[in-house]
Design a protein around this ligand. Structure first.
Ligand code: GLC
Length: 416
C-alpha cells in the first residue's frame, strides 16, 4: 500500500545513516546494554556522562553533502530507549540530560544544507517499563522478566512518540522503523494503525518495511543485493544499509573498515540493481565523526564529484553487463564501471551501431572505438579478431585512471 512518491529517494541513491546515543560512550556497539545484560542502573553511567559537546549537526550535514549524499537518517531513539529529542512522554531524553534537542539540530542543519531528512525510530525500548522482556532485552533471565508489563501501554507511548516526531519538526521525508522479530510484530506495534497515523500527519513521508507490514521500500541490512529486488514479480524500491566497520554505533576497537573503493562499488552495485545505499557513521561519545569516517566520506565524495551522473538519477541498464563491469543507465547514457582494467581493448557484444560517442567520465576524454561487422573482421589493426559480429570494441589507455572506480560513459543512439 505505498502511497507516497519515491521519486526524490530513487533519484538521490545515496544517504547517510547516523547512529548516536548513550551507547556511543561505551564505544563497543549499540547493542552493548543487551550484549552485556546491563541493568538500567549500570547503563545510567553513560547518561550521567552524556556530553555531546562535539555533536555539530551542521558539520555532519556538510560532510554528508560533500560525500555526495542527498539525505540523512538520525536515530531519534534506539533500542535503549534514549531519545535525542524533547519528548513530553518521557524524561529519558537528551533535552533532559543536556538541554539539547539533537533531532531539532539535525533536522534544521540537514534542511539548511539542502538534504532530505529522515528519522530512525526503534520499535524496541529497553528502558520503558511496559516493554515486555524478550530474548533481546537486557533484563532477560532476571526477576524483571516475570514482572507484569503492559504492551498496550507501551504501544500508546510508541504511537505518541512517533506523532511528536512528525508534528514537532516540520516536514520529515522518511521514517525508518526498527525492527520486527518473532514475538514482536505488527500486532504488538499496532502497525496498521501507526502507519495510517503517520500517513495522515505527513502524507509525503516514505516509511520502511520493518513494522512487519509493507511500507514504501525494503531495507536489506549489511547485505548487498546483486539483482533488482522484487515482490510477487514486481520490482520494489529498496535501500541497502551498511556500516563502515560492522557496528552502527561508535566502536572504538573495531578496525574492520570497508575500503572506500569497496563502498563505491557497493553504491554502484545498488544503483545497477535499482536500489539505494544508506551508509552509516557512528559519531564518537562526544558526537564527532572520527578521522576514519571522515576520510572515508571524503574519498567517496571525491569519486562522486567526478562521477555523479553515473549514480544520481541513474538506474539499472536493462542490459547484460559485460564481464567485470557494473552497468547503470540514465536516459540515453550508459555507464560502464570497470571492476578490472583490461589491456587496451574492451569488447562490448551487441553494442555495435548503438553508440554515438564514448568517453571516460572522470576527465571527459574521448574513447575511440571500432565496430566489428564481419567485413571489418579482416582488418586486424582496426578491429581485433575473434569478436562476434555486432561487437563494439573500445580502445582504452594502458594506464588505469587514478580513481576508485573508472567509468566509461557511452552515449547511445536511442532513448531508453
Ligand atoms: C539492526 C540493529 C540496529 C541497527 C539497525 C540498522 O536492526 O538492531 O542496532 O540500528 O539494524 O538497520
Amino acid at each position: 500500500m505505498p502511497t507516497a512518491s519515491t521519486g526524490w529517494f530513487e533519484t538521490a541513491r545515496f544517504g547517510m545513516f547516523v547512529h548516536f546515543g548513550l551507547y556511543s560512550l561505551a564505544a563497543r556497539h549499540e547493542w552493548v546494554r543487551s550484549r552485556e545484560t546491563m541493568s538500567q542502573e549500570a547503563y545510567d553511567r553513560y547518561l550521567d556522562r552524556f556530553e555531546p559537546d562535539l555533536f555539530d549537526a551542521r558539520e555532519l550535514a556538510r560532510a554528508a553533502r560533500e560525500a555526495g549524499m542527498r539525505y540523512a537518517v538520525l536515530t531519534a531513539k534506539h533500542h535503549d530507549g534514549f531519545c535525542l529529542y524533547d519528548s513530553a512522554l518521557t524524561s529519558y531524553t537528551s533535552q533532559r540530560a543536556v538541554g539539547r534537542d539533537l533531532v531539532r539540530e539535525f533536522v534544521e542543519a540537514m534542511r539548511a544544507e539542502g538534504l532530505r531528512v529522515g528519522l530512525y525510530y526503534s520499535l524496541l525500548d529497553w528502558q520503558h517499563p511496559d516493554f515486555t522482556v524478550d530474548e533481546h532485552h537486557p533484563l532477560r533471565g532476571t526477576p524483571a522478566a516475570d514482572e507484569p508489563r503492559d504492551m498496550a501501554r507501551y504501544r500508546t507511548y510508541l504511537h505518541g512518540q512517533v506523532r511528536e516526531l512528525l508534528t514537532g519538526y516540520g516536514p520529515i521525508d522518511l521514517l525508518f522503523f526498527d525492527f520486527t522479530y518473532p514475538g514482536k510484530g505488527p500486532e504488538e506495534w499496532g502497525a496498521a494503525e501507526l502507519l495510517s497515523m503517520v500517513r495522515a500527519v505527513q502524507p509525503d513521508i516514505l516509511v520502511n518495511d520493518r513494522l512487519g507490514i509493507p511500507g514504501d521500500y525494503v531495507t536489506p541490512e549489511q547485505y548487498q543485493p546483486d539483482r533488482p529486488l522484487e515482490r510477487d514479480g514486481a520490482p520494489v524500491v529498496w535501500e541497502a544499509c551498511h556500516t563502515l566497520n560492522g557496528s552502527w554505533g561508535y566502536d572504538r576497537d573495531n578496525h574492520a573498515y570497508k575500503d572506500p573503493a569497496l563502498l563505491v562499488r557497493m553504491l554502484v552495485e545498488s544503483v545497477a540493481c535499482g536500489g539505494n545505499l544508506l551508509l552509516n557513521v557512528g559519531p564518537t561519545g562526544r558526537g564527532a565523526l572520527d578521522p576514519r569516517a571522515r576520510g572515508t566520506l571524503e574519498a567517496i565524495g571525491a569519486w562522486l564529484a567526478l562521477h555523479e551522473r553515473s549514480v544520481r538519477g541513474a538506474g539499472p541498464s536493462g542490459l547484460q553487463a559485460p564481464p567485470h563491469t557494473l552497468c547503470t543507465r540514465a536516459g540515453r547514457r550508459l555507464y560502464l564501471h570497470l571492476l578490472a582494467w583490461p589491456l587496451s581493448h574492451l569488447h562490448l557484444p551487441g553494442l555495435a551501431g548503438r553508440v554515438r560517442y564514448a568517453q571516460l567520465l572522470h576527465d571527459g576524454s574521448e574513447i575511440r572505438f571500432h565496430e566489428v561487422d564481419g567485413a571489418e573482421h579482416e582488418h586486424v589493426n582496426m578491429a581485433p579478431p575473434g569478436q562476434p559480429a555486432g561487437t563494439l570494441t573500445l580502445t582504452l589507455p594502458v594506464a588505469r585512471p587514478d580513481v576508485l572506480l573508472p567509468v566509461i560513459e557511452l552515449e547511445l543512439t536511442e532513448e531508453e
